[in-house]
Design a protein around this ligand. Structure first.
Ligand code: G16
Length: 544
């Protein structure tokens, strides 16, 4: 096998964000851009010679091309085996499982998640470590450092590899195994959930369902599991063919982007259950006939009902949520006397807690929920969890949610996103907020008295690592909160997120519209942050 060492110049913008490096496709297509970042990852890792790397992506534009480059670089850098999903496809949770199952050294996942795809849209790459989870910050920081001084990369010379035929092939000393991207993952799901109960409940017509794969990676997974294994009708999985540009849509599972699903779930003759997943299959949106379940509520409901699912029948060790996620799950944890951890945004922060056995379930307001079965959030797992719950409780989604609120109270919640804000304006808002923090505690604004105002800092209880500046929090005596953060996943300007939350114990007030119930807090958020004023916008671009 002939290997070339190619001279290169560093790019100064290869700093991974919340979840890997995400940029426009055209940025990745610059000479040496992808190669520099991949070589920076390999240069930062140690002792991988002869070991196995998992490789796959969400099938977006540039996926196949990038995979061919990475195969040749992995060969030149001395990996022993590559395990690649057929067609270059692997959902993020399936990649996590494959890394764990085959005890790989790590994996490269090619995805920009819920961001749109196509020649003018987004691409991304992230490295997952041997536990199957996203590389922790100490890794991503060293990838970035290395990318700033890189002078060459290594690449082997051989023909492009056939990604579509299952089985093993040899390229020089490198063994390349193309595997069915769905099979191992489907087996894992079968080991957690009660497939015979689900089959019976779907077969009897008690559960009717609609799953929107958004022309992204979960199509083949949903077809195999929901249709072939559980007997749902083929029409219950829509937009099931993965497309390089996701059909021109945002593969982002929310009511705005999963429009067909939303129309049917809130229309006459809505199915009992509806859900969607994102570009790479790790996010989920849960709905029932005429009801949308917020991701924060979904996590709390899962935690409260986990004992009904075979895989968690022995109980859960603890739970975790990202800081901006509502405190609904905290109430469940307090009730069942299990630990509850608050982490910064980013799935990578759950890894140590899961590995140490401190938590079993975790989730985020950004449509992510998961458990210790893999080290990523997992869209179809969440779907199967809810289906199993509906089948066990023989209740509608709305009844399950409303009973939960009655028992624990409702954390009324919403998030306002201001997208593609000029970076200097977004930074100005953060500075302005930061300057107010010391004087806020004790001040009253109508019925809201500030209890604490700070910038979230996290000390990992397992390895002691510290993460600073993880979002601005203003908490009130009555448990309400306003949180401000700059997103780490956008590719244009800055995205400012405002998270709003209010606890409502009174069941008579549980059925209010969230925007109305939060109106006063929304006004306060503007008072503190001057976001509309400073951006010159009439309101948020996206409300979830
Ligand atoms: C990623 C991370 C999540 C995070 C989300 C939003 O999700 O894995 O942990 O909550 O981004 O992050 P931000 O608020 O910084 O944009 P995904 O599905 O995009 O990989």
């Amino acid at each position: 096998m002939q290997t070339d060492t190619i001279d290169t110049q560093p790019y100064n913008d290869q700093n991974p964000g919340t979840s890997g490096l995400r940029k426009k496709v055209r940025t990745f297509q610059q000479v040496g851009y992808l190669e520099n970042f991949v070589q920076s990852i390999f240069d930062s890792l140690e002792n991988y010679s002869g070991k196995t790397l998992v490789l796959g992506g969400d099938g977006r534009y540039f996926n196949r091309e990038a995979i061919q480059t990475i195969i040749k670089m992995a060969a030149a850098n001395g990996f022993g085996e590559l395990i690649i999903g057929q067609g270059g496809l692997l959902s993020t949770p399936a990649a996590s499982h494959v890394i764990r199952k085959y005890q790989a050294f790590g994996g490269l996942i090619l995805s920009a998640s819920h961001n749109p795809g196509g020649p003018d849209e987004d691409f991304g790459i992230k490295y997952n470590v041997g536990n199957g989870g996203p590389a922790p910050e100490k890794y991503t920081q060293s990838f970035y450092r290395r990318s700033q001084s890189i002078t060459s990369y290594k690449i082997a010379r051989f023909d492009d590899v056939d990604l579509d035929t299952l089985g093993s092939q040899q390229a020089g000393e490198l063994k390349i195994t193309i595997l069915d991207p769905v099979a191992d993952y489907a087996d894992l799901m079968q080991s957690i959930f009660d497939f015979s109960l689900l089959k019976q409940t779907i077969g009897s017509g008690f559960i009717t369902l609609l799953f929107d794969a958004m022309h992204a990676i979960t199509g083949p997974y949903a077809k195999r599991i929901l249709v072939d294994m559980l007997g749902a009708s083929p029409e219950s999985v829509i937009n099931a063919t993965p497309l390089e540009d996701f059909g021109g849509h945002h593969p982002d599972p929310n009511l705005a982007h999963a429009r067909e699903l939303a129309e049917r779930m809130f229309g006459p003759e809505a199915p009992v259950f509806g859900a969607a997943s994102d570009g790479d299959g790790d996010r989920n949106m849960i709905t029932g006939s005429n009801i949308f379940v917020t991701p924060s509520d979904s996590l709390a409901i899962m935690a409260a009902n986990a004992h009904l699912i075979p895989g968690y029948a022995k109980g859960i060790a603890g739970v975790a949520r990202s800081m901006p996620t509502s405190q609904a799950v905290d109430r469940v944890a307090a009730h069942y006397k299990i630990p509850c951890y608050e982490t910064p945004t980013g799935w990578k922060f759950f890894g140590n807690l899961l590995d140490a056995g401190r938590i079993t379930l975790c989730g985020e307001e950004s449509f992510g929920t998961g458990s210790d079965h893999v080290r990523e959030k997992d869209g179809l797992w969440a779907v199967l969890f809810w289906l199993n719950l509906i089948a066990r409780r023989r209740q509608s989604v709305a009844d399950i949610v409303h009973e939960h609120w009655q028992k624990f109270g409702r954390d009324i919640y919403c998030r306002h996103d201001y997208e593609a804000v000029e970076t200097s304006i977004a930074d100005g808002i953060v500075e302005y907020l930061r300057a107010q923090l010391p004087a806020l505690p004790g001040q009253s604004f109508g019925e809201y008295t500030v209890k604490y105002a700070d910038e979230f800092r996290y000390e990992d209880p397992v390895d002691g690592s510290i993460s600073q500046n993880q979002g601005i929090r203003i908490g009130f005596e009555n448990g309400s909160r306003i949180v401000y953060r700059l997103s780490g996943t956008g590719t244009v300007g800055a995205t400012l997120r405002i998270y709003l939350e209010k606890f409502e114990p009174d069941a008579a007030k549980h059925h209010q519209d969230a925007q109305e119930a939060l109106a006063e807090l929304i006004g306060l958020a503007e008072h503190f942050g001057e976001v509309k004023k400073r951006t010159g916008r009439a309101g948020p671009d996206v409300t979830t």
